[in-house]
Design a binder for this molecule. Structure first.
Ligand code: 13P
Ligand code: SF4
Length: 353
């Protein structure tokens, strides 16, 4: 049986945010050492926007990628390197390994969880699916390999609405897991018949609508950019709702000078790069006197750093391994997602969207 949203939040222990602190000399030495090791080991670095600026810079300086979770999967899969280093959280490393069993996949840390993944244990999820055998099972990429193995489709936030519309048009009813906020948003936008798992992201769950309304009054010309893992009343205040890449693109392309951003503040590094001169303001994570678990930064993403990345390349530690039976099942819905995303891209470039 699935647990309620409240019970699940109580079950999860959220670690403190501990950011790597480096002085310029240590940073330069670590980067030089890592670059040499990467070259010797034919490795490419794929980093999420929520990881620290040093990792994002290093990924780009070495021909890797900084992106949302869909593009991380696509880029790593298409890249010829023998080793993929994934700076992010565990499901991102697992997705890379599921798609690339012949490659070595390393992560700076294996401790980097995700509250959505933790909220959806495979056994309880399988029972939930068994209660709804007539429904197409769509899971967010923020899940374990075992949960993906039970799914018909994997999606990320960048294509979730499009996929739900597509399946709805085919007359399919959906079972969605694990993010209840994203699920509710997808349901509203697609009109699909969906039953939802009750998970949530501790980072986005903390954004507060009332405080956001007050902040908007202070910045009346600011566009509000919101990741769809945020609560419904926060999404309702958004000018743009989208994946991390879609948020970066909005800051770059919209004419506004100011933006209020409701997602992990690690993304500001790339947003400043892509939209220089624009003013980026963090959406509030609490009303007056309120506390939050995460304060707009993912504690698990923060576990990635240059020091543990170098250690991993020196020792071969933190390699991702997936049970082959699970991998063979999980790769099917992930490949469907990549094919669907490629089809959507073709349609957009053909002017169909
Ligand atoms: P994106 O796919 O939008 O990068 O989201 C991943 C994530 O974990 C957001 O919290
Ligand atoms: Fe998971 Fe939220 Fe962290 Fe993204 S920000 S990895 S959804 S806990």
């Amino acid at each position: 049986m699935q647990v309620s949203a409240l019970e699940f939040m109580q079950r999860i222990s959220v670690p403190p945010i501990v950011e790597e602190q480096l002085d310029d000399a240590e940073r330069a030495a670590l980067k030089a050492g890592i670059k040499a090791l990467m070259k010797a080991q034919d490795a490419v670095l794929v980093a999420h926007y929520y990881t620290n600026a040093d990792l994002q810079d290093l990924a780009e300086e070495t021909g890797g990628k900084v992106s949302d979770s869909l593009e991380m999967a696509r880029f790593g899969h298409a890249h010829p390197a023998k080793t993929i280093i994934v700076a992010g959280v565990r499901f991102m490393g697992e997705t890379a390994k599921i798609l690339n069993p012949e490659k070595r996949v390393l992560m700076p840390t294996l401790e980097a969880e995700c509250s959505l993944d933790l909220s959806c244990p495979a056994k309880e999820f399988a029972e939930f699916c068994d209660q709804h055998p007539e429904r197409t099972v769509v899971v967010y990429s923020n899940t374990s390999a075992a949960v993906k193995a039970r799914a018909d489709w994997v999606v990320t936030s960048s294509i979730a609405v499009k996929l739900a519309k597509y399946l709805h048009a085919r007359g399919e009813k959906l079972l969605w897991a694990p993010d209840r906020h994203l699920g509710r948003y997808v349901q509203q936008e697609s009109g699909a018949d969906m039953v939802l798992w009750e998970g949530s992201c501790v980072v986005h769950e903390a954004f507060q609508a009332e405080a956001l309304v007050r902040l908007k009054k202070l910045h009346p010309d600011a566009a509000v950019l919101v990741h769809p893992e945020s609560p419904e009343d926060v999404i309702a205040l958004a000018d743009v709702v989208g994946s991390t890449t879609q948020i970066v693109e909005a800051a770059k392309n919209l004419p506004n000078r100011e933006f209020i951003v409701a997602t992990d503040n690690g993304i500001f590094h790339k947003m400043h790069e892509e939209a220089p001169g624009k003013v980026l303001i963090e959406a509030p994570t609490g009303g007056v006197g309120a506390t939050c678990l995460s304060c707009a930064h993912c504690p698990w993403m923060a576990m990635n750093g240059l020091r543990n990345l170098k250690h991993v390349l020196e020792t071969g530690a933190n390699e991702i391994h997936i049970d082959e039976e699970i991998r063979k099942k999980a790769v099917v819905p992930i490949e469907r997602m990549l094919d669907f995303a490629a089809m959507m891209k073709t349609q957009v470039s053909d002017g169909v969207d």
